[in-house]
Design a protein. Structure first.
Lengths: 384, 127
């Protein structure tokens, strides 16, 4: 793992970004590409064609052992025991108050063998939490947790992602393994592929609202994997995409971003993520409060809103107002942008439950002026 | 490399100024549009508005950030490029041409000498 003079970390794909002329910024202590050409071009490339993201900065944590399933089911909200080898699920990790420590993806690689992908900005906090809980966990000798520091990861996203990833990595048909081709992976499925004398994982997952794949590979081969993707993507006009487009894409799909829709003072129930909380799998950290919220209701809810007039883009921290409440704001914007797909301002935020239904008209205070907005059904964008 | 046309004047807040006797046309520099990246919103001053040198009179926004535009000279706004509002991308693709923001009738010609030359602006942004 290289470090530069500014003390920022660099992924194994850093040289690719430099070669491609990317604008590099500090993201969670990593020197990452925010854009290569323009945000609009990169966003639309993913929406209409295929784009590629370096996601090596995310934490790759391997959890294995006889008690791995029990441990993960104790620290996470979703039911990991439902996963067969080769299956993955979105999940959340909560504290005792039900507040979210991180949101993440759990991939079951084999029986009692998992890969957990966590947010780059939360790696240290997550690992510290795992250790803390493990200290008093009843079967701690049977749980092995390892953060892989120098791995690479790439996301290939868009309707043409399958046309690129399939020929790039598929194996000859075999009777033993029907998952010989990325094209055969269903959503949330993961399997191993040999490459360059090594092995890497391909999953049919993503954070853009389009079909796509995430490729998790050791640093020794990740640059070759990247090259292979671009080689097979050339005829489709494949484009590299940066963190700027990654944010506008996920926001259009209404995916939460930690530090915005999720934080340690916000619960999955308030965030509208009850679907990913399993109350019938047994005890897990935060269960009591979350169950109370599920049955009694919450005081604030995460909503998606669309601006009803031309406006500057809504941004995190802007106040949300409602005509029935003149004295104080009813909520706050947690994410906002100018939607490249809809060409209007969009955002997500938390509002009092009383004004959280779809169709409710709100006003967003944007630098001293109020602009009309309306709560809409999530997501803004669904893939075609 | 930023484009910095020789015949224009500049400010330290990255506006360019084209002087045509008593009319000044104002926009943002290539360096500024590059830093901002894609413009998604623009607020222009109204015709007839009186502005003082250094007064914030327009706002340009990208996904990244909102930036105030400061009047490089004192005077009266005689025209705003409202057509630009229909295609903000011109600010990024043609900052010195179609991407102009507004024109002012200069009230204090002495202020012109305080503007930076192309060379001085280049030195400023590369420092």
């Amino acid at each position: 793992m290289e470090n530069n003079v500014k003390g920022l970390k660099r992924t194994p794909l850093y040289s690719k970004h430099v070669e491609l002329g990317a604008k590099l910024v500090d993201f969670a202590g990593w020197e990452m590409p925010v854009q290569y050409t323009t945000l609009l071009e990169e966003h639309l490339a993913v929406r209409n064609n295929v784009g590629v993201f370096d996601i090596s900065h995310m934490g790759q944590v391997y959890v294995k052992g006889e008690a791995a399933t029990a441990f993960l089911n104790y620290i996470l909200t979703n039911d990991v025991s439902k996963l067969s080898p080769g299956e993955a699920q979105y999940s959340l990790m909560c504290n005792e108050k039900g507040g979210v420590i991180d949101d993440l993806y759990v991939y079951c690689l084999d029986k009692n063998y998992y890969l957990v992908i966590v947010n780059a900005s939360r790696v240290e906090v997550d690992v510290a939490h795992f250790s803390e809980v493990l200290k008093t966990f009843s079967n701690k000798e049977s749980v092995n947790i390892k953060l892989m520091q120098d791995c690479g990861a790439i996301a290939v996203q868009g309707k043409n992602a399958v046309k690129v990833v399939t020929p790039a990595f598929e194996l000859p048909p075999s009777s033993e393994n029907i998952l010989n081709s990325p094209a055969n992976l269903k959503k949330n499925q993961i399997t191993a592929f040999p490459f360059g004398g090594s092995v890497f994982w391909i999953s049919r997952t993503g954070y853009t609202g389009e079909d796509g794949f995430e490729l998790f590979a050791p640093q020794e081969i990740i640059k070759d994997v990247w090259d292979k993707v671009f080689q097979f993507g050339k005829k489709y006009g494949i484009k590299p995409a940066g963190l700027g487009a990654r944010d506008t894409l996920r926001l259009e799909a209404c995916y939460p971003l930690y530090g915005h829709e999720l934080d340690e003072n916000t619960t999955p129930i308030e965030a509208g993520l009850s679907f990913f909380v399993s109350f019938d799998k047994g005890a897990f950290i935060g269960r009591d409060i979350l169950l109370k919220q599920k049955t009694e209701g919450v005081s604030k809810r995460c909503v998606a809103f669309k601006m009803l007039q031309k406006s500057p883009p809504p941004r995190q921290g802007y106040q949300i107002w409602h005509s029935a409440y003149n004295d104080s704001p009813v909520g706050i914007v947690t994410s906002g942008t100018h939607s490249p797909t809809f060409n209007i301002g969009i955002g997500m935020g938390y509002v009092k439950t009383a004004v959280s239904t779809v169709g409710t008209e709100l006003e967003i205070d944007i630098r001293g002026n109020r602009y009309k907005a309306e709560i809409v059904k999530k997501p803004f964008y669904k893939k075609q | 490399m930023s484009k910095i046309p020789e015949e224009l004047k500049y400010t330290k807040t990255h506006e360019w100024v084209k002087i045509d006797s008593e009319i000044a046309t104002v926009g943002i520099t290539d360096h500024a549009q590059h830093e901002l990246s894609d413009v998604v919103f623009l607020e222009l001053p109204q015709k007839g508005r009186k502005v003082r040198v250094g007064e914030a009179c327009a706002v340009v926004e990208s996904h990244k950030t909102a930036s105030d535009i400061y009047s490089p000279l004192s005077g009266e706004v005689i025209d705003s490029n409202t057509e630009l509002l229909n295609d903000l991308s011109q600010i990024n693709t043609d900052p010195y041409g179609k991407g102009w923001f507004f024109k002012i009738k200069i009230s204090n010609p002495d202020e012109v000498k305080n503007l930076l030359s192309a060379k001085e602006y280049e030195k400023f942004i590369t420092a």
